[in-house]
Design a protein around this ligand. Structure first.
Ligand code: PEP
Length: 257
């Protein structure tokens, strides 16, 4: 973390868990536990149908609500899809884009991700853009090439430093998501620093140092301290642990140290 230049953000990704009824109690529990978070912004990215309940429950606190996806078009004949404007209208602040589960199970490509980043920006949302390599790619030693492709493609949808202020990157090695296998602090730092260098190349040093770059992949109460101690790791995108208020709050606490 480097709070002098950028925001520390811990975002929970609930994935496809919790009904709207269950949302109320879980958000309330998290809210009580993170109430004292002074330095770290807390975001809860909940399923679409849970958004109204989550927004209602956080009206009187600083927790921001996020979505986990959006459609790239503004409106139209896209049965079952949700637009950025619909999310914005509900009080959503953030949207996760290009999560590896979306890339893996729903065929999202770097091109789709770039379109969605553009759609999020147009709707006035902040985007948490996920990038990361598979185990096979790491073993083949192509991690940096792959990350560069993913990052540069997403940044094609970000024309100026003004829009860049609404972009967060999440480095999420696919092999670490939901597996209990975390990247080492050195591995996380190496890629996060590389992502910042790519941003610097396009927008300059001043803009790049303001961008929040999270790590995601089995981050938990035990490993959060070491990961967040890395200068270029500005927070976390938390899956499994975000459904356990005690664990999630412990990560938020680590991010406030
Ligand atoms: C995620 O879904 O973005 C994630 C990091 O999951 P987990 O923390 O469970 O590995």
């Amino acid at each position: 973390m480097n709070r002098r230049y950028r925001k520390t953000i811990i975002a929970g990704n609930w994935k496809m868990n919790k009904t709207a009824t269950e949302t109320k109690a879980l958000v309330e529990d998290v809210k009580q536990r993170v109430a004292k978070s002074k330095w770290c912004e807390v975001v809860l990215c909940v399923p679409f149908v849970d958004i109204p309940a989550a927004v209602r429950q956080t009206k009187d606190c600083r927790i921001a609500i996020g979505a986990q996806n959006l459609h790239e078009e503004v409106s139209g004949a896209y049965t079952g899809e949700i637009s950025g404007a619909m999310l914005k209208d509900l009080g959503v602040k953030y949207v996760i884009i290009g999560h590896s589960e979306r890339r893996q199970y729903f065929g999202e490509t770097d091109q789709t991700v770039a379109k969605k980043v553009g759609a999020a920006l147009d709707a006035g949302l902040k985007a948490i853009v996920c990038v990361g390599e598979t185990l096979a790619q790491r073993d083949m030693d192509v991690t940096m090439e792959l990350i560069a492709l993913q990052v540069k493609s997403a940044l094609n949808a970000v024309p100026t430093t003004e829009e860049l202020k609404r972009i967060v990157f999440a480095y999420e090695p696919v092999w670490a998501i939901g597996t209990g296998r975390t990247a080492t602090a050195e591995q996380a730092a190496e890629v996060c620093t590389f992502i910042r260098a790519l941003i610097r190349k396009k927008y300059g040093a001043r803009a790049a140092r303001g961008v929040t770059i999270q790590y995601g992949g089995s981050m938990n109460a035990q490993n959060a301290d070491e990961l967040l101690a890395q200068l270029d790791v500005d927070g976390g995108l938390i899956g499994g642990a975000s459904l356990k208020p005690e664990d999630f709050a412990a990560i938020v606490q680590a991010a406030n140290q």
